[in-house]
Ligand binder design. Structure first.
Ligand code: HAM
Length: 416
């Protein structure tokens, strides 16, 4: 029955996967604190307009990938495909202009109707960082440093930083004219997608996956030659800062990003370990987004990391949590109140404890090992009558009979 399977492109995370997810989200949260970000929690759905106008009407996300539905009141709503537009909306609707500049962090699930494959899901997860209200290449450099810190903390030093400048709105406009002029000579030879983009969003042709398109682009005008004086100074400033803080990069003038709100800095951390879905962390500056939303302009920069892709990269090296549980077993339900007392006492001392009832000692040991337990406490008839417990160390297999009062001092010799 298909209803009992997870929906295509979604997955359940258990055990080691769930731990790895939490570890990555916690690390990002810690890094956010270190860099002075506040955490925000936003709704999972928004009015469709929040995304449709801002991400670009010709972008793949808006065109093909949004989970859009009408609610019972006839409103068009969309499950968030990304965080940035929601964050901008939240600044406007909460009247936070007077609190700018703001550094905001958020994490959680997002939804895109894409073709599922390794590293690409329909429900996926991001860690997301935004700085709103500042236009400075120092802020961009710090943003990139934060992203690099996360990769380093996860020991993912094989990710390469690629960056580019898309220029400000004027630079982009004059470059778009030049690119269209050049490409229209080859229109018939371009891939179908690129022919469509030539009319609607020519810059996206630059990151076309078609080999022939890339051949045709070899002699195309380059964006760098069309940057305004301000954009050029901004980009040079960023590169200088990255050199000063020792972050290596490759300039890739083909990076345009799939969402339309970017201006000036764009960057991606890329790996070759995930096949076609190699972009792990990505973002850039979006100084025009608030004006697209019809509001007072706010310069901003940010990036998001794909938690699912980070998980896939960390998977091989990830060490399970060290054993840290105590499994208390009552050998008959008649001893459950004795068991409850012992478990409560252990938890009061901050020792993670699972209480179970089991008849068979062999099964109890198997269960405890599955639970990642370090010790077992057995409570049977003789323990209850003597007011003791039997403590079994699962590493050494040693057993001790102890009065309850001594259980704590024995266990406290170990780390949990
Ligand atoms: P994005 O490039 O669309 O940017 O997504 C950022 C990252 O999310 C990707 O590099 C990838 O790791 C992960 N990702 C995207 N789609 C999927 C998917 N279907 N399955 C698994 N992982 C995925 C943004 O979303 C921008 N809002 C980033 C940003 C923040 N720019 C400025 N601020």
């Amino acid at each position: 029955m298909s209803a009992l399977q997870p929906v295509r492109g979604t997955r359940d995370l258990f055990f080691r996967d769930a731990e790895l997810y939490t570890r990555i989200a916690d690390l990002a949260r810690q890094m956010a604190r270190l860099y002075g970000y506040s955490e925000v929690y936003l709704p999972i759905f928004e009015y469709t307009e929040v995304f449709a106008r801002t991400l670009g009407e010709t972008s793949d996300v808006v065109n093909k990938e949004m989970y859009t539905f009408e609610d019972k009141g006839g409103r068009s709503l969309t499950l968030r495909p990304e965080f940035t537009a929601s964050i901008a909306r939240s600044i406007i609707s909460n009247g936070l202009y007077s609190r700018l500049p703001l550094r905001l962090f958020t994490a959680g699930p997002l939804f895109r109707y894409e073709k599922p494959q390794k590293g690409r899901y329909r429900q996926f997860n991001q860690i997301n960082f935004e700085v709103l209200g500042l236009h400075s290449h120092v802020v961009d450099a710090e943003m990139i440093a934060l992203a690099k810190n996360i990769l380093d903390a996860l020991q993912l030093d094989d990710c390469i930083l690629e960056l580019n400048s898309l220029g400000d709105i004027t630079s982009r406009a004059s470059y778009t004219v030049a690119l269209c002029e050049y490409l229209s000579k080859y229109e018939a030879e371009l891939s179908e997608d690129s022919q469509m983009r030539l009319k609607k969003n020519p810059l996206r042709i630059l990151d076309s996956k078609s080999e022939n398109d890339q051949k045709l682009l070899k002699d195309a005008p380059t964006l760098q030659n069309y940057l305004s004086k301000e954009s050029k100074l901004f980009f040079d400033g960023l590169l200088k800062n990255l050199d000063i803080i020792g972050i290596k990069y490759v300039i890739n003038d083909k990076i345009v990003r799939g969402l339309d709100y970017y201006t000036d800095t764009v960057f991606e951390f890329i790996t070759n370990r995930l096949g076609a879905q190699g972009t792990v962390l990505a973002g850039g500056r979006y100084d025009g987004l608030f004006s697209i939303m019809g509001n007072k302009n706010v310069p901003a920069v940010g990036f998001a990391g794909g938690i699912d892709r980070l998980m896939a990269l960390c998977d091989e090296n990830y060490q399970d949590k060290p054993k840290g549980f105590i499994n208390v077993f009552t050998l008959d339900p008649a001893y459950s109140s004795y068991g409850l007392d012992v478990a409560l006492m252990l938890r009061e001392a901050n020792i993670p404890t699972i209480l179970d009832d089991v008849r068979d000692i062999g099964k109890a040991i198997k269960k405890a090992l599955e639970n990642n337990a370090k010790f077992i406490v057995f409570i049977g008839e003789s323990e209850v009558s003597k007011k003791v417990v039997k403590l079994k160390n699962l590493d050494t297999r040693e057993e001790l009979e102890l009065p309850i009062s001594q259980l704590m001092s024995e266990i406290k010799k170990y780390e949990f």
